[in-house]
Every structure is written in structure tokens, then in C-alpha cells.
Design a protein around this ligand. Sequence first.
Ligand SMILES: [Zn+2]
Length: 368
Amino acid sequence: MKTKNEDLLNRADVPTERATYSGAGEMEFFLRRVRGLPAAAPASLASRSIAGRTGHLLRNSSLFSFLLLLISFSFLLLSTPVEAKKLKVATTLSDFASLAQTIGGDRVEAESIAKGYQDPHFVEPKPSFILKLHDADMLIVAGLELEIGYLPPLLDQARNEKIRPTGAGYLDASVGCDILDRPTGLVTRAMGDVHPYGNPHFWLDPNNGRVIARAIAAKLTALDPAGASDYAKNLADFEAKLTAAEARWMARLAPFKGTKIVTYHSSWPNFAKAFSLDVVGFLEPKPGIPPTPQHKLEIINLMNAQKVPLILMEVYFDKKDPDFVASKTGATVVVIPPSVGGEPAAKDYLSLFDVDVEKIASALEKRK
Ligand SMILES: [Zn+2]
């Protein structure tokens, strides 16, 4: 029997073999849509009969026809700007979708593949993602191989050159960001390490959020020059709000500067750097490898020796191990969302930080 450990190793090492789909029929439907084949059934007898009755009524009332025509025209005039084709932005992470929607405003329709309450390393590919990618004008990814387990096969099947890495609509959000834990030696995926090119959770630094927002504005402007002034205005508004929020978050966490913390997965180095927290260990022995009994013992010893008051864990892990370690160290476990939508209150990029900062600050406050 395979252990959970081996299973995770396989997930990280042989990503393309993990692609499973929920049903052959559903898959066929989506592939037909992607290939432009008809998928709709002919109109039913019932709807034809309704159409016939309506036609009869119209023929018998010229005034009614005229009014109907007038109403249709006014709707057409009113609805033209609203129904202008929106730029479709697909993203892997909900955080990028939030930023793209904020910068794109009414001109853009942004949607993410992963949900904020899912582990971003292990997203189950679904046929509906293929259709989303097929229809997209732009794709935003985290890069650094965060999406290696599910995105390449989806892109192959989506047949959309625009959003491939060589396409005009592709945006790697990591470019220009402060990326931590960059490997210095030879890069290997040995031991199932899922951070082979540096830490891919970089959006958890608000300044990286600023960099990503600027990159999104530039890309949207290149794809849709008519919206340039809208994108510039939305970006300026966002940056002003972000700068004000940063001052608020810094002030809230200022009393806890330098606090030592242990986190479950290494999702928080950028966050910790931004807010002067000190990550001294992880419950996972390596990113992507679940806690082992021996590693838990080492972490308990380390936490007791260094008097670590806080264990931060992401919403999608089991609380059993953090609770066990907390029971042996007296530390507080704080469960926080690492992405937009990880819990309802984290509804966009800025409120994600509002939630995380407040949970950490109030947990540390209670210990004083
Ligand atoms: Zn990770």
C-alpha cells in the first residue's frame, strides 16, 4: 500500500499523469465546443409552437408590432456599451483574478482556475478549464513551476496560441517580483520539493501585488489600447488604496515585530518579510511533504527552545498535526487564507491582507 507521502511525491514528480476527467460524455461535449462542432439540440416542438402563437398575435396587431419594434430599438441603443465584448482573462490563482478585475474594471471578465481554499500546488484538472482557456484572451500564471502539475496538459488541449507562453496574452506574474528561496545550486525535484525555482507564494507580499498590478495594466493596455486610460486610472486608484492599506497593516503588526513563527507549508516567507515576522521552521519537512513523526518531534523541540508562540497554517491542510504540536509547545494555531476566496471575508486582494493581518495580530494580542 502506498503511503500518503509516496502519493504526494508522485503527484509532484509525475504531474501529467494525474490529469483525470469527471466523465467521457462531459469531456466529449467540451472537446466539441473547443473544436467548434455543434453541440446544441434543435429547437423543441414546444418552443416552435410558442413562436407560432406570438407570430399570429403580431400579425393581428400593427400597433403592438410597432411598439415592440420601438422597445427593441431602445434596448439596442441602451445596451450597446454594456454588451461590448469584454476581454476574457483566465488566471491560475484567485489573487491574480482579483487584481485583473480591479485593473480591468468593466472592460474585463477575470476568472481563476484554482479556488482560494485549494492548495495551489495540487489543482484537479477539469474539462471546464479547457473551455475557459480556449476562450481566454489573456492568461496570468504564478510561474516558478507552481502550475506544473496541471496547466501544461490543459493548455495543450485548449488550442489557444494567444495564451501559450509564447503568445501575446501570456503573463508570468513572477517577473519583476521579489522572489525568495531561490536555489543556489543544481535544481532538482528530489524528495518531492515543489518549490524548485524559488518560493512561488510571492503574491503574499503587498509590494509584489503592486508589481503584479502594474504588469497586468501594461498587458491589458497592449491587448486593448482603447482601454488605456481606464486601465491607468484603475491602477492609480488601486495603488493609492494599497499604499493606505500597507500603512494600516504595518501599524497593526508593529507591536509584534520580530515574532518567531512556525508555518505549515512555506507559503509565508514574502508575507513574513513584508511584516517583519521571523519564520523559524515548517511542519512540512520539505515543501509538499506532509509532517513525519520525527520531524514533528524536531519542530516541538525547536519551538520550545526558541519559545515560538504561533503556528500559521493554510486553510486547506488538516489541523491535526498543528494541534498536536501546539499541545506540546503551548503555541497558538492560526488558520489563515493564503489566497482571495480562502474564506468569505477575503473577497479581494486587499481584504485578503485585512483578514490575515487581523487574525495574526489578535492571536498574538491574546497571548500578552
Ligand atoms: Zn508552495
